[in-house]
Ligand binder design. Structure first.
Ligand SMILES: [Mg+2]
Length: 209
């Protein structure tokens, strides 16, 4: 393997070959908050495009079951998603709203629960609400003042999700559904192959109060 001959700080090494950390999950209580990215975590991601209509939306395997497992564990469960396709004019806000309303209906039918969906349609990386900037978490704290952001878990599949979680002190969980995008290992606390693997682990470690 050629990479073993490269110095460990070689750019070709840093992302692909550095194993990501896998800390023990925190012992959570019912006051903890769960933040979930959407594309590549809940539904199948598309590279270099957007999910523009409900027809294009596909739940990833095990996700509805995972969200059902989360429901009794977390007081609040939020989705935080960048949707710049709206800002770019590639899709309409009504289409995004329709996707979310259908998604929520499916989740509810399976006895899951999402307390709020936060989305950012901005294309400007400096926009406070566009991940990795922390605006959507700050908005959740404003809407639900009882939440403690230092008692939260952020699950995502992109480097920006991990950086976003770091900004407000969340425990960050990385799902490698887009393996060509490598997060900085210092921004990752744990990784799981998919949302159900994370849900199963956290359920097994949590006593429902
Ligand atoms: Mg994503």
């Amino acid at each position: 393997m050629i990479h073993t001959t490269l110095p460990t700080n070689h750019p070709a090494n840093t992302a692909y070959f550095m194993p990501l950390p896998h800390k023990e999950l925190p012992l959570i209580t019912k006051e903890w908050t769960l933040f979930l990215d959407r594309d590549g975590v809940i539904n199948k991601d598309v590279v270099a495009d957007y999910i523009k209509s409900w027809n294009e939306f596909q739940f990833l395997p095990g996700v509805l079951e995972a969200i059902t497992q989360f429901a009794p564990l977390f007081k609040r469960i939020f989705i935080v998603t960048n949707q710049a396709g709206v800002g770019k004019g590639l899709m309409k806000l009504e289409d995004l709203n329709e996707i979310h309303s259908n998604m929520m209906q499916e989740i509810n039918v399976h006895n899951g629960r999402i307390d709020q969906i936060y989305f950012c349609t901005a294309t400007d990386n400096n926009d406070i609400n566009r991940k990795p900037n922390p605006g959507m978490a700050l908005q959740a704290k404003k809407d639900f003042p009882e939440i403690d952001l230092s008692k939260s878990i952020m699950v995502g599949n992109m480097p920006n999700d991990m950086r976003f979680g770091r900004k407000f002190g969340a425990f960050t969980v990385y799902l490698p559904t887009r393996p060509e995008e490598n997060p900085d290992p210092s921004t990752v606390d744990a990784q799981y192959k998919d949302l159900l693997a994370f849900a199963t682990d956290i359920s097994s470690k949590t006593q429902i109060q």
